[in-house]
Design a binder for this molecule. Structure first.
Ligand SMILES: Nc1ncnc2c1ncn2[C@@H]1O[C@H](COP(=O)(O)OP(=O)(O)OP(=O)(O)O)[C@@H](O)[C@H]1O
Ligand SMILES: [Mg+2]
Length: 411
């Protein structure tokens, strides 16, 4: 595998910016060679509000990753996120064009174009088209139609739309930081790349990525994305509840959440419940004691409420998630969230850690769920560069086979 490939994943979040640099390993995994992280400024609920502030935060995260890896980077695959993203399932039908009725790349492209030909609100655009399956002359469940024979080709596609300005401002911020945008990938899709296996996607599962200010849901089934939605809330709500409930500053509330927070009281035994933690009330210098039970009483109802919102979207989507729920994003580090989510979803739930089958090198440094998006973006970047090296669109088939997944071509 070429050593010229330097895959770069850049996760631009409302609270943190993370950069991962990787190289292809001979066994097909991505060796992580550099990681960098910085505090993020200039975003609100995943949308850029100040390009200069975001650019500055990007520069700091990138500089750290470059220092660790000794590699200078020029471009990155970046996450697309934001509270306005909207996903819906569409279908489109075309007649197979060639005289021998053998389905070609062009037929598939036309079918996908036809599925995504939809009226858009002014100022909005399609940001992602994710093929679910193809139907050839009534035969459904086809994932690799190219080369098959038939006369009627139908594509089922999950289409995601967003205000154009959100994408343009994101690109501006990255460009200002001195990088080219190689590709934009939906945040939960990137996170899923790091933690889901093909079997998980096949049997049906949900990825819930909880960040600071937004939470995104992506449901997979039959190997493809069946649903996506974004909620305008994240782990920052716990911080705000703690600040209000205990009359402490936001930084102090964040510290309390990280070190002592718990959203599932049944995980604490009697002794732990009574354990006192020292907190510094707002504007004071002396501390006071607070039991962990009271902290849990503040956080647990909010956790249940947030997870119920997501669970109701899952049931509205009428999706099968027998493969379980995977929690990613820094928000999933709150102690007890997976246990509460398991009860609310009534499905096996766990915090999504990087799958060791996909990552080597410094993977241990990035094993937490807060790194899932950046690492998934890195994987995407690596696949993209290998595809480009293999000769672009004309070799798309060859590369799709290399990855064992035709759908990669369209993401
Ligand atoms: N150890 C921890 N315990 C509890 N919460 C944590 C922990 N570490 C991080 N968090 C919380 O996770 C959130 C940040 O998660 P993440 O870095 O995934 O968000 P982001 O990508 O910056 O934001 P967004 O995706 O909403 O734009 C913050 O609210 C932070 O307080
Ligand atoms: Mg995020």
């Amino acid at each position: 595998m070429s050593n010229e490939i330097h895959a770069v994943g850049l996760d631009i979040g409302t609270s943190r910016i993370r950069c991962v640099i990787g190289e292809p390993a001979p066994d097909g995994r991505m060796n992580i060679v550099g990681l960098g992280e910085s505090e993020s400024k200039g975003l609100r609920r995943g949308v850029v509000t100040s390009t200069e502030a975001v650019a500055e935060s990007i520069r700091r995260a990138v500089a750290e990753a470059e220092r660790v890896s000794g590699v200078e980077i020029e471009s990155a695959t970046v996450n697309l996120s934001g509270e306005h993203l909207q996903g819906e399932n569409k279908n489109g039908v075309v007649a197979v064009a060639g005289p021998d009725k053998e389905i070609t790349d062009e037929d598939v492209d036309r079918a996908i174009d036809s599925a995504s030909a939809m009226p858009l609100t002014p100022g909005w655009e399609i940001v992602s088209r994710l093929p679910q399956e193809f139907i050839v002359d009534g035969q459904d469940g086809i994932t690799e139609p190219i080369g098959m024979n038939g006369s009627r080709l139908e594509a089922l596609v999950h289409v995601v739309t967003s205000p154009s300005a959100a994408r343009q401002n994101l690109i501006k911020a990255v460009t200002k930081a001195g990088l080219d945008v190689e590709n934009l990938v939906l945040e939960p899709l990137a996170a899923s790349e790091s933690v889901l296996t093909d079997d998980d996607k096949e049997y049906g599962c949900a990825v819930v990525n909880m960040g600071a200010e937004i939470t995104s849901l992506m449901i997979f089934g039959r190997g493809a994305v069946q649903h996506s939605s974004v909620f305008p809330f994240g782990s920052m709500l716990f911080t705000k509840d703690i600040a209000t409930g205990l009359r402490v500053s936001i930084p102090e509330a964040n510290k309390i959440k990280h070190h002592y927070g718990c959203v599932a009281s049944f995980l604490l035994d009697e002794e732990e419940k009574q354990e006192l933690i020292e907190i510094v009330p707002f504007g004071r210098s002396e501390t006071r004691g607070l039991s962990k039970e009271i902290l849990c009483d503040i956080m647990q109802p909010r956790a249940v409420e947030l997870v119920q919102h997501v669970a109701s979207a899952v049931s509205k989507a009428k999706a099968q998630i027998s493969g379980g729920v995977f929690l990613t994003g820094g928000g999933s580090l709150v102690y007890g969230l997976a246990e509460i989510a398991e009860q609310v979803f009534d499905a096996p739930t766990r915090v999504g850690m990087l799958d060791p089958a996909f990552f080597g090198g410094l993977a241990d440094e990035a094993h937490g769920p807060q790194w899932a998006t950046a690492c998934g973006l890195g994987l995407r970047s690596m696949k993209f560069q290998i595809r480009s090296e293999a000769g672009g669109k004309s070799s798309a088939r060859k590369v799709a086979e290399w990855f064992g997944n035709f759908r990669d071509k369209f993401r």
